[in-house]
Design a binder for this molecule. Sequence first.
Ligand SMILES: C[S@@+](CC[C@H](N)C(=O)[O-])C[C@H]1O[C@@H](n2cnc3c(N)ncnc32)[C@H](O)[C@@H]1O
Length: 215
Amino acid sequence: MNYIGSKLSLLKFLEESINKVVDKDCDTFCDLFAGTGIVGSYFKKKDYKIIANDIQYYSYVLNRHYIGNHKELNFVKLIIEIPDLKNIDVRNRKTFVCNHLSDIKQLIKRISDFRDARDWKQFHNPKDCAISLALEAAEVLEHFQWKNPEEIKKYVETNKDEVSEELADVLYWVLLMSGDLNIDIVKAFDKKMLKNAKKYPVNKAKGKHTKYNKL
Ligand SMILES: C[S@@+](CC[C@H](N)C(=O)[O-])C[C@H]1O[C@@H](n2cnc3c(N)ncnc32)[C@H](O)[C@@H]1O
């Protein structure tokens, strides 16, 4: 949570200033008027025992979570899907799971496991996959068809989940095709972005939607 008055951007300065004056053996940090709990949770990570107070209930909830909650998530049920999790210390599991779930190779594996469990590979030749990719992209378009800019703005705000699903479907086919065609999609993306940067140099393209060959 962020709001005017949060000390988020002052944390380093606070730490340096406090370190200049407090005793090295001091092990307790008092976060009075704790608000978002951003200060206490920062110093909790530095191994201080934290005492926090605030008159507001929102702050109590945040501080129960950031300061009072010492439970680590085990992700036990995910061990079947991610066997490597067994070898990860419980304290590092949350980061490991987040990285795992957003790792492109793992996403491709997840898609191909999903497909293999349904025996759908037999239908997935490049032509039909490309058709499916184009169809899903068209479903993204469908959300905006016949709407004026004002209606689109409102629509996106109230239908974010639906639009997200269509984008996820497009990503599904992009990743599935890249896996099947043995294309390193991260490398390909990087290469294409460098190419785009050359095609559309900032000094020529800034603020214009002109095609590169007409710049
Ligand atoms: C500027 S905010 C705290 C900022 C906080 N350090 C942060 O970075 O999020 C001030 C907080 O003081 C709390 N507060 C105001 N008067 C209080 C009082 N008499 N007793 C306890 N908390 C109080 C407010 O509820 C508010 O959350």
